[in-house]
Design a protein around this ligand. Structure first.
Ligand code: FES
Length: 370
């Protein structure tokens, strides 16, 4: 009920000549409601070049055909790239550095294929298809009751005459056959997703199985690729770190970096919380220097912001916040679990090393991680 209508009273219907309040719908002039609204009609139809000139129409036809040819070329390029181009072949592309030739051609092919069809259809519609305005009066969509009943009768009759209703065995097997009919398609789709990741998501370049070295790896500044000593890490500073040898890779460097990147910072040892997690974080560090995976456990953005006063690490993507003083436990945001810590130590020459690889997978959760 409107707050302007007295309790129990019926709201008055305004007539065409009586003034109404401005909050009561359409008004005219000083407040009178018109008897009826004039139909504004359609704007005059404007003919296009292609409607007036056969040459322009031919030109538009050629342009549309060219766009469809671009699409055909893109599709062929995609199929050729899929079948013939080795996925290990790398090419240098301006602004993006090295990338897989196969991925480049697949992407280009699919883009041209879809873009050609899309642009061709739009251009066709705008230049050649009829564009006269047509009015279709609205009518009820619901069928007549007799038609609806006829449909039900026909269905029942069909079920009866095919003996589906009387023969449950037929009904069950037919239902099973139809239900499973789509499975081959589904199997092909899932089977084409490529090999299972196995332990690719759990192992990083810090593991011997990945770097092929028997020594513990040094922590290297990124991008300088120089080792780092504890004295270089002052309280409040933060370093972007890669494992020794990773930045020298020629193949698969970006993939390895995306898993192995680490943030290194130094806290006053007194700043760690007196909790199980806080004590563990301090003991896995070296004189307050601690290292954590830079890969956000939400959807994998780089956790790039360190607040030195609160000792919080922030992910800029969705604002997940991790408390370094308590082993990077989540204090805010959608991340699923704390950032994994890398245990650090010092080698015989005084450089920081990883005492052991990550003890849990880095990055977002996945099925096998649990
Ligand atoms: S990826 Fe870090 S919060 Fe979403």
């Amino acid at each position: 009920m409107s707050e302007h209508t007295p309790t129990g009273a019926q709201p008055e219907e305004p007539s065409g000549s009586e003034p109404v309040r401005l909050d009561q719908g359409h008004v005219q002039g000083t407040g009178g409601v018109p008897e009826q609204f004039a139909n504004p009609g359609l704007p005059p139809h404007v003919l296009r070049n292609a409607d007036l000139d056969e040459k322009a129409a031919k030109r538009a036809e050629r342009q549309v055909a060219l766009l469809f040819l671009v699409s055909i070329f893109g599709t062929v390029l995609f199929i050729v790239a899929y079948l013939l181009v080795d996925t290990g072949t790398q090419v240098w592309v301006p602004f993006t550095n090295e990338m897989s030739l196969s991925n480049l051609l697949l992407g280009l092919g699919l883009s041209l294929s879809l873009l050609g069809i899309g642009l061709g259809a739009v251009h066709w519609a705008k230049t050649l298809m009829p564009d006269t305005e047509v009015v279709e009066m609205r009518h009820p969509m619901r069928s007549q009751d007799e038609d609806r009943q006829d449909f039900v009768d026909t269905m029942l009759e069909g079920g009866e005459s095919s003996q589906l209703t009387r023969r449950p065995l037929l009904k069950a097997t037919f239902g099973g056959a139809m239900g499973l009919f789509a499975l081959p398609l589904l199997v092909q789709l899932v089977g084409s997703l490529g090999p299972l990741p196995r332990n690719d998501l759990s192992v990083t370049f810090w593991d011997k199985s990945e770097n092929g070295k028997s020594d513990k790896l040094r922590l290297m500044r990124d991008p300088e690729n120089t080792p780092i000593k504890p004295a270089d890490v002052t309280i409040g500073s933060v370093f972007h770190i890669q494992p020794e040898g990773l930045l020298d890779l020629h193949h698969g460097k970006l993939e390895q970096m995306s898993k192995a990147s680490v943030l290194l910072m130094r806290l006053n040892p007194k700043d760690f919380q007196d909790t199980d997690r806080g004590r563990k974080a301090r003991s896995w560090g070296h004189e307050g220097i601690v290292a954590y995976s830079k890969v956000c456990t939400h959807v994998g953005c780089p956790v790039g912001l360190y607040e030195q006063t609160t000792h919080h690490l922030l992910c800029p993507c969705h604002q997940s916040t991790f408390d370094v003083t308590n082993d990077c436990e989540i204090v805010f945001g959608p991340a699923g679990h704390p950032l994994p810590q890398l245990k650090v130590g010092v080698d015989s020459e005084g450089y920081l090393i990883a005492d052991q690889p990550f003890q849990e997978p880095v990055g977002p959760s996945f099925w096998e991680r649990g």
